[in-house]
Structures are given as C-alpha cells and as structure tokens.
Design a binder for this molecule. Structure first.
Ligand code: NDP
Ligand code: VSD
Length: 326
C-alpha cells in the first residue's frame, strides 16, 4: 500500500513536470522581446478608439509613431491630442487601406517600419439575409484586403531593415475572429481571415526576425462601437456580452504588452483568455506555460465552450419563440 501511494504520488508530480520540460524544449517559435523605444511604430486606424489609445501609449514609451486613416481632420485632432498628453508629435498619413497605391506612397514617406499595427476596421452588424452585399464587401475589403495591402506595402523595407533587431506585425482581430457571432457573418469572416493570414505569414517572415501578433479584444468603448450599437441586432448584443467589455486604453495596454513580448495570440481580458485557450488550434505558442495550460485544460475547456453554445442557442430559440408570439 505504501509502495502504491509512493508510486502514485510520484506519477502525479512527475508527469506534469515531464510535460512542462517537454513543452519547454519544443515550443516554437522561441520567445522574443520586441523593444519599442526609439523605434518606428506605424498604426493604421490610429485616429480613433483603440488605434488612438495605442498611439498615445507607444509615443509615451518613446517610440516614433505614425498613424494612418482616411479623414485628415480626425488625424490632425488625434495628433493634437497625443501632443497634449505626451509632448510628442506623431506623423499622420491620410489614405484609405483599400487603395494600394495611396498606402504604399504613405508607407514610403513614413520610412522603414519596426512595428506595424494593422488596426483599421469597420463593423456593420446585420443578419446576412438582410444585409446588402455592398456592406459585406466593405467589411472584407477594409478589414481583410486592407490588411494585405498594408503588409504588402510595408514588408519589403521591414525585411531589409539595417538593424536586425526583432520587428513585429500586429493584426487587430476581435473575439468575433475566434468564434462566429450572430449578426457578424462578414465581420467574423474578415477577422477569422486575419488568423489564416497571420499563421501563414509567421512561417514566411520568421527568418527575417519579424514576429506576428493577433489581438482579440471584446466589445471596447470607442467611437466605432457607439456607431455600431445604433443598429446591432438584439441577439448580437446578448452573445457579445459574454465576452465582457473594456476601455480602449486597457485594450491598447494589453495589446502593446503582448506585442512587446512577441505573443502570437493576445487576449485582452479573462473571457478572452478562456476563449484563446479554447481556440488554440494549431497556432504557434511561444510560452511553454501557456502551452501547458492549453494541454491540461483541453477537455474541460471544450465542455465550457459547449455550455456557451448551449446558452447561445437557447437565447436564439427563445428569441424566435418570442417573435412568433408578438
Ligand atoms: N470597438 C470594439 O468593440 C472592437 C473593435 N475591434 C477592432 O479594433 C479595431 C479598431 O476599432 P475601434 O477603435 O473600435 O474603431 P473606430 O471606428 O473607433 O476607429 C477606426 C479607425 O480606423 C480608421 N479606418 C476605418 N476605415 C478605414 C480605411 N478604409 N482606411 C484607413 N483607415 C480606416 C478610422 O479612421 P477614418 O474613418 O478616418 O478612416 C479610425 O481611425 C477594428 O479593427 C475593430 O474591428 C475588435 C474588437 C472590439
Ligand atoms: C470557452 C470559453 C468561452 C469564453 C467566452 C466567449 C464569449 C465570446 C463572445 C464573443 C464576443 C464578440 C465581440 C466582438 C466585438 C467586436 O468586434 C465588435 N464590437 C465590433 O468591433
């Protein structure tokens, strides 16, 4: 009996330890630190919301910051706001990410980029059956093809940068890029698309010491969300509430910390951390501790995910039943 206990206890302790050591040895790519001080951080959609909060924080960390968006007026206002709070001047570029020539001109003018944050995004929620194809195309063009345009324009000089220090390309996805959400067929598709782009691109640019990050915020208080909420379907509200809600400043802080530590997947709150473990899939994981968590919780987190689906489909069913009655 004593022998059995001894064997049992050592197994319980040794197995996790062996797993930890194994994961420590195999996780790839290796962890990396990406400094921001005195480096060029280029943020698309940097004139509002999360992008503007990122511009503030990158500037206060000593980066040289450029922001790009369509409206020059909003860009100038953002520039004034950043100067007021940090004393630093950001460079502004007015261009539409759907126009490859315009953004490649902006990127050339801005000079070699060390950290590219592809953050621009549009979101017009509606059931696909009701939504015009123009709006579907609009979201895919700005959110997904716009990201391709930015990366294509910036990559040549990023690859040829003279200092070979680690560089970063960060993509602003959304929790709706980890799980499909009612009312978001086009939006979710555009954000899921970023993940495929990111996973493939990381393999292509690791040799150039360029590191990809994907950021997954929940609902975040921004001018964009205020607009969105004017026309969000009730069920979108109910399901999105499960992801929590954050201030843009905190999302920007989590995002910058994740970028600096080279994390491939960057959740922003507790619900987001759960969602990231649940949807780890075959994404790279640089942290052996996170990898450990993913492995040991794999079964239970699937159960949690299935419970979420149960609640969501229940809400959908109730909503339909109620609609029939009224
Ligand atoms: N707020 C939220 O709840 C969440 C947001 N996100 C994502 O975070 C990102 C930022 O969102 P948020 O801060 O709320 O958005 P905002 O609407 O507040 O700001 C969007 C920014 O993108 C710019 N932009 C929009 N379209 C284009 C375009 N075609 N070309 C260039 N710039 C463009 C806007 O400037 P201009 O209009 O002048 O071009 C603005 O600077 C988006 O990718 C969004 O999907 C993810 C999860 C939650
Ligand atoms: C297994 C564990 C699960 C944990 C909780 C899952 C909750 C998922 C909710 C998804 C919310 C999506 C919000 C998108 C916000 C957004 O992008 C728009 N505001 C447009 O910008």
């Amino acid at each position: 009996m004593a022998d059995f206990n001894y064997a049992f206890i050592s197994l319980v302790l040794l197995l996790p330890l062996a797993l930890l050591i194994f994961l420590y040895l195999i996780v790839r790519p290796r962890s990396v630190n990406i400094p921001l001080k005195n480096r060029h951080v280029f943020i698309t959609g940097g004139s509002s919301g999360i992008g503007l909060a990122l511009a503030h924080q990158a500037a206060s960390e000593g980066a040289r910051v450029s922001i790009l968006a369509r409206s020059l007026k909003k860009l100038e206002e953002a520039k004034d706001a950043v100067r007021l709070s940090t004393g630093i001047d950001v460079a502004v570029f007015a261009a539409d990410v759907r126009d490859y020539d315009a953004i490649s001109k902006a990127v050339d003018e801005a000079g070699p980029i060390d950290v590219l944050v592809v953050n621009q995004g549009v979101f017009v929620p509606q059931e696909l059956a009701e939504q015009d194809m123009d709006e579907v195309k609009f979201m895919l063009d700005v959110n997904l093809l716009g990201a391709f345009h930015m990366i294509k324009a910036a990559l040549p000089t990023m690859k040829n940068r003279v200092d070979r220090r680690p560089a970063s390309i960060a993509l602003m996805s959304s929790q709706a890029g980890q799980v499909g959400v009612y009312g978001y067929t086009a939006y979710s598709a555009s954000k899921f698309g970023l993940r495929g782009l990111a996973e493939a691109l990381q393999q292509e640019v690791i040799g150039d010491n360029i590191h990809i990050s994907l950021i997954f915020p929940p609902d975040t208080d921004t001018p964009g969300l205020v607009e969105e909420e004017k026309r969000r379907p009730e069920l979108t509200n109910i399901i999105a509430a499960g992801g929590g809600r954050m201030k843009a400043e905190l999302v920007a802080k989590k995002a910058l910390n994740g970028i600096k530590s080279g994390s491939f997947i960057i959740p922003c709150n507790f619900e987001g951390a759960l969602l990231s473990v649940a949807t780890a899939g075959l994404s790279p994981q640089r942290s052996f501790l996170m990898a450990f968590l993913e492995v040991v919780t794999a079964g239970i987190i699937r159960i949690v995910g299935l419970c979420f689906q149960w609640v969501w489909y229940d809400s959908i069913q109730k909503w339909h039943a109620q609609k029939k009655r009224t």
